[in-house]
Design a protein around this ligand. Structure first.
Ligand SMILES: Cc1cc2nc3c(=O)[nH]c(=O)nc-3n(C[C@H](O)[C@H](O)[C@H](O)COP(=O)(O)OP(=O)(O)OC[C@H]3O[C@@H](n4cnc5c(N)ncnc54)[C@H](O)[C@@H]3O)c2cc1C
Length: 273
């Protein structure tokens, strides 16, 4: 295994100082905060993005990196079509190779109920123009020779994409910074500044920023942050592990799940499990 590359000892890219005022403050430098800040800046707002650690040091650099249509709720399918287009656009707006590839995603099935569930979902794919299809057991064996557990079939979407999260999110932050977003790392927001019942700014480790609009994109910390202000959000804590292997021989260039374990081939030749 290898360590994830962004952590608390990673050098600070955006030290500040923070501005005294900002049209909009975004709390959290994960994928949600970075993209929110970028697109708000493109609408002409002055935007400050505050991150308590490093850009993408938390969940947004440690996920599988799938940009997935497969298995989505029908209401999400048009969003994913737009997401694919946005990822292609954004990849072209940075000179960093964010590892955007159309390598496909496959869900393997060991049980008939799994296979039936995948078949039930296929009409949603067809209705939304996705190229998802069922694979036979023989096709799965040919694609993944030497599987320890026999598979009875699979669902595959060849047009599904992936990107390298720990490269992509800092690259998008770079686009945002170039387009005027003031990013400050190592700067936790302690609380909202409330005046006369309205948001008047934020109090950070570096002081106060006056702002009438604040976007909270604090990931798993959001519920904790809002609890200080008497707001409860229905956020569920789920513990899942992600590991990064060293370089290994290629068994499949795309991404796969068998319902218990998922993996994605990374650009550096390792796998994210
Ligand atoms: C195992 C696993 C696999 C996944 N795989 C995929 C996948 O393949 N494809 C996909 O699209 N999604 C995937 N996801 C989901 C995806 O990782 C998350 O939806 C996404 O990273 C959430 O981004 P975020 O910006 O909301 O949160 P985060 O990345 O957690 O960012 C929140 C940021 O806010 C900062 N912050 C919090 N509080 C404060 C504060 N008070 N002041 C300043 N900063 C603060 C934190 O330090 C953090 O950097 C996966 C998730 C898991 C658990």
């Amino acid at each position: 295994m290898q360590p994830f590359p962004i952590h608390t000892t990673t050098p600070v890219t955006y030290p500040g100082p923070q501005p005294a005022t900002s049209d909009i403050v975004v709390i959290g430098g994960g994928i949600i905060g970075v993209c929110t800040a970028l697109f708000l800046a493109r609408e002409g707002h002055s935007v400050t993005l505050l991150e308590k650690g490093r850009i993408a040091a938390e969940q947004s650099s440690r996920n599988w990196g799938w940009i997935r249509q497969q298995g989505r709720d029908p209401d999400e399918m048009p969003i994913m079509a737009e997401a694919q287009a946005l990822w292609r656009d954004l990849a072209g707006q940075t000179n960093v190779d964010i590892g955007l590839r159309q390598g496909g995603i496959a869900y393997l099935a060991q049980r008939p109920t799994q296979l039936a569930g995948y078949e039930d979902w296929l009409p949603h794919a067809r209705a939304n123009g996705a190229d998802s299809r069922m694979m036979t057991a023989a096709e799965v064996s040919a694609m993944f020779p030497g599987l320890a557990t026999p598979q009875i079939g699979a669902l595959i979407t060849p047009s599904d994409m992936r990107a390298e999260p720990w490269v992509a999110v800092p690259a998008l932050a770079g686009i945002a910074a170039r387009e005027g977003v003031q990013i400050i790392e190592n700067c936790a927001v302690r609380c909202l500044d409330i005046a006369a019942g309205r948001v008047a700014g934020v109090i950070t480790e570096q002081g106060r920023i006056a702002s009438s609009q604040v976007v909270l994109a604090g990931g798993a910390w959001s519920a904790l942050f809002l609890r200080n202000h008497g707001i409860s959000i229905p956020q569920l804590s789920v513990r899942e592990n992600v590991a990064a292997t060293e370089r290994l021989p290629e068994i499949y260039a795309g991404a796969v799940s068998d319902g218990r374990v998922a993996f994605r081939r990374r650009e550096d030749g390792g796998y994210t499990l």
